[in-house]
Each structure stands twice: as structure tokens, then as C-alpha cells.
Write a protein that binds this ligand. Structure first.
Ligand code: ATP
Length: 299
């Protein structure tokens, strides 16, 4: 449905994306994780053609590219990018914004009342935007995307400024939207949140994708133990750590349990209880752990 082919862009001598290749399909939520200033927004802007890459291209449905106005219009009918709060019209109401987005993309605002109810915006949505709090504005921006209801959605920092219950509400909406077969990109610094709904998380570094975490099928289970570098050194010299173990960001030892028999697993539990300093748990590696692996300041 969407392909990025050899996309490169640099600002002066700063290379932001370099020969980026990536493809994505309908019915997927793709998390995009990376530190500030890595290129997440730039990638979205290139997908939306708000920024032209120096080289490479974006292809939709194996046939459409940004070659002329007609194609651009066709693609833009299929795609919406998360509005920025600063682009909201202070003197208009939330309902006005929703109708605007619904009309532009669908020619009908029939679904607007349903969206207002789903996002629990009824008590404020008729007031002017200038009276809204940060979280109210953010929910409105998300509701505008729902009103556009396009097959492809690019969401940059969608959870910014939301409290826990609103993060849960928007996460549920994202899961519903995925079931409607949409392709949704979510760039976020709320890494644990991505684990709730993302099918894949891509990690950007040095202009490319340094890792892609796929959350489908059986994931390898790890015993995860917090342990200081000095204790890790002592442990490593007293016992042979299993192949495939990781020591992430100088604090988290991850021992792969998949493939071990129960006796071996229990032996590792016993052993690690003596070394654990804070928390010990079992599970697959999540977005947080992968992030720390690639961006820890110790790396
Ligand atoms: N118009 C521009 N002119 C010059 N440099 C730019 C421009 N737009 C982006 N950059 C640079 O490109 C790099 C990537 O920026 P981008 O906004 O894509 O990062 P990001 O990963 O989205 O960051 P954040 O998490 O802070 O939103 C940064 O170094 C930024 O300064």
C-alpha cells in the first residue's frame, strides 16, 4: 500500500534520512521511535509531500507517486496527517473543525456526532477553541483525523499532553481504526503505549531503520533482571551466561528463556534472585528495551 524507496534528505550538511527503504500495508499500526531530532516528522512530511526528498520516492498502491498535481490530489484524498495544535482556529469551535475535516475528505459530516461521543467531547466541543486546555485541543486534533477517516493516517506525538484515561481512550480508538483496515503511523515518545497497539515499531538512527520490532506471533520470552555494571561483571565471570543474553543500557540483564527446559529456566530464576537489585520480571522485549538498546547514552 505504501512504499518508501531509497529516500534521502539532508539539511545543509546534516543528513536526516539516507536511502530509507520501507513498506507498509493496510490494517497495520506502525510505531516510529527515535530520540528528538532524528527524522520522524521529516519522514511523515515526505510521505505527505510537504517536504521533497533530495532523492528517492514514495509510492502508493504500487502505482501512484507525487509526479503531478492530479496524482498528488488522488494521494491526498487517501491520507491525513495529524494536525498541529498551533494550526487550530482559535475563534472556531471544535464542531466546526470536525465538520471541516469531514467535508474536505468525505463530503459529509454524518459521522461527526458519533466521533464526539466516542471521544467524550460533548461537554466542550461547541465552545470556541480558545477556551480549550492542552488535552482538549489534543483530543480535538485526534477527532479531526477520525472525521477525515482516510485509509492512511500519519500521527505525530498523538498522545502529547493527554492524561492516563485519555491515553487509554485514544489507544482504544487506534485499535478500532486498525480493525477498519487503515494504515496508521504513530511517532511517539510514549514507548510502552506503542506496545499496546503497534504491529511493528521501527527505530530510526543515522538516517535509516536501525531495528524493526515485530509484535506478531510467538515472541521470545526473557528473564529481565536489573543489575549494576559491577555486579554484571562479577556474575559474568562466575557463570557462563546463555547465548543470546543482552545487557541493556548498563542496567538490564535479559536472559532468553525460550528454548531452555523448565529445569534450566528455574535454575536461572534461582540464580538471578541473588543478583537482582530492584526488579525482576519475565516477558518479551518491549519497545522500551529496544529503545534503550539503540539509544542509551551509554552506547
Ligand atoms: N526545515 C528544516 N531546515 C533545517 N533543518 C531541519 C528542517 N526540518 C527539520 N530539520 C532538522 O532535521 C532533523 C530531524 O528533524 P525532525 O523534526 O524530523 O525530527 P523528529 O525525530 O521528528 O524530532 P522530535 O522527536 O523532536 O519531533 C533535526 O535535526 C532538525 O533540526
Amino acid at each position: 500500500m505504501l512504499k518508501l524507496m531509497n529516500v534521502s534528505i539532508a539539511y545543509k550538511d546534516k543528513v536526516v534520512l539516507e536511502n530509507l527503504n520501507f513498506s507498509a500495508n493496510k490494517g497495520e499500526i506502525i510505531g516510529v521511535a527515535a530520540p528528538n531530532g532524528t527524522g520522524k516528522t521529516t519522514m511523515f512530511n515526505i510521505i505527505a509531500n510537504f517536504v521533497k526528498p533530495d532523492s528517492g520516492k514514495v509510492i502508493f498502491d504500487d502505482q501512484y507517486e507525487y509526479r503531478n498535481e492530479k496524482e498528488e490530489l488522488l494521494i491526498h484524498k487517501q491520507l491525513v496527517i495529524f494536525p498541529e495544535q498551533k494550526d487550530l482556529f482559535e475563534e472556531l469551535s471544535g464542531v466546526d473543525h470536525l465538520k471541516l475535516y469531514a467535508d474536505i475528505w468525505n463530503g459529509s459530516s454524518k459521522k461527526v456526532p458519533e466521533i464526539i461521543e466516542r471521544l467524550q467531547m460533548g461537554h466542550y466541543v461547541k465552545r470556541k477553541v480558545k477556551t480549550y486546555s492542552l488535552g482538549m485541543r489534543q483530543r480535538l486534533c485526534f477527532a479531526m483525523m477520525m472525521a477525515a477517516d482516510t485509509p492512511i493516517m500519519l500521527m505525530d506525538e498523538v498522545m502529547n499532553g493527554l492524561d492516563i484515561s485519555n491515553v487509554a481512550l485514544i489507544s482504544d480508538c487506534l485499535i478500532d481504526m486498525k480493525k477498519q483496515n487503515k494504515l496508521i503511523f504513530v511517532a511517539s515518545h510514549l514507548l510502552e503505549n506503542l506496545d499496546l497497539y503497534a504491529d511493528r515499531v521501527i527505530f530510526l538512527k543515522n538516517g535509516g531503520i536501525v531495528h524493526e520490532q515485530v509484535f506478531a506471533g510467538e515472541l521470545e520470552a526473557y528473564l529481565k533482571v536489573e543489575i549494576s555494571p559491577s555486579n554484571y561483571g562479577a556474575l559474568a565471570s562466575s557463570v557462563k551466561l546463555p547465548a543470546g543474553h543482552l545487557y541493556i543500557a548498563d542496567y538490564l540483564l535479559c536472559i532468553p528463556l525460550t528454548g531452555m527446559d523448565r529445569v534450566e529456566q528455574t535454575a536461572w530464576f534461582d540464580r538471578m534472585l541473588d543478583w537482582n537489585e530492584k526488579t525482576i520480571n519475565v516477558g518479551p522485549l518491549g519497545t522500551v528495551e529496544h529503545y534503550e538498546k539503540y539509544y542509551s547514552i551509554n552506547k
